[in-house]
Design a protein around this ligand. Structure first.
Ligand code: GLC
Ligand code: MG
Length: 253
């Protein structure tokens, strides 16, 4: 029997990854709580939601208090209980980000329907877009934005959400930023997700990756095209899938 690896950092998306099945969430929470006490494991939520929307969810679901919250698909990082986004991260994202120009370009596309005001953030512009027109719209949108000398990431998730973020403003880069600051090894870090806005969690480093069994096609497809033995596709859904992956990587028994 091989020894367990100490889990130093667990990063997880919230909707349909951590949250989705209440009883397996409760079970995982107990295990993560034990990891925290044994190894001082840090827990980070990386969500597409704004901080306000995360807080709303936290009133209805049992969520452990995280050590940091990556909100708005990576456009904001909140350390500890801080209510203001990390200024160093904001400074990084501010370079060559011109929100109003992006909104003006996007307004030329009739298929892009603006998301509610609460999900529009200083460093994130979000729309709904039908899956049937994505392949026609996104390359044109990308080209128009690049023509203006702007460099952004366009991320499509769950067959409906389109987010425009500053280059390097995604969840994965935010994790690299936190992990570097905390001096945690990728081999002791786990990232978990289910949809398009989680792809960046898996693509930059050699963190152990868990894709839950209910993952969306865009993440599954990406995983098929980028096979890596440090990524695990779980059978179980949501929190139970995370637990299955933690066992696979020998972080828990
Ligand atoms: C969350 C956010 C939304 C975003 C989506 C995908 O649902 O509220 O703004 O588009 O995640 O990233
Ligand atoms: Mg999700």
């Amino acid at each position: 029997m091989s020894l367990l690896t100490p889990l130093a950092l667990l990063v997880t998306d919230i909707d349909n990854t951590l949250v989705g099945d209440d009883s397996s969430l409760e079970n995982l929470n107990q295990i993560l709580d034990r990891c925290r006490r044994t190894w001082g494991t840090k827990i980070v939520y990386a969500t597409g939601r704004s901080r306000a929307s995360y807080q709303e969810l936290a009133t209805t679901k049992q969520l452990l208090t995280p050590d940091a919250l990556i909100a708005a698909v990576g456009a904001e990082i909140y350390l500890g209980a801080s209510a203001t986004p990390d200024p160093e991260w904001i400074n990084k994202l501010s370079v060559n980000w011109h929100r109003e120009k992006i909104v003006a370009i996007a307004s030329q596309f009739a298929d892009l329907e603006s998301q509610p005001q609460s999900e529009q953030r200083p460093f994130k512009v979000s729309y709904y877009l039908s899956a049937s027109v994505v392949s026609a719209v996104v390359p044109r949108l990308q080209a128009l934005i690049s023509d203006r000398g702007l460099d952004v990431e366009i991320i499509y998730s769950g067959n409906k959400d389109l987010d425009i973020l500053p280059r390097g403003g995604d969840k994965g880069t935010a994790v690299q930023f936190l992990r570097g600051g905390w001096q945690i090894e990728p081999s002791q870090t786990v990232v978990c997700g289910d949809s398009g806005n989680d792809i960046s969690l898996f693509k930059y480093g050699m963190e152990r990756g868990i894709i839950v069994g209910n993952a969306q096609s865009e993440l599954r497809l990406w995983d098929e095209l980028h096979p890596a033995d440090y990524h695990y596709l779980a059978v179980a859904h949501c929190a139970e899938g995370i637990l299955e992956g933690l066992k696979y990587f020998r972080f828990v028994e």
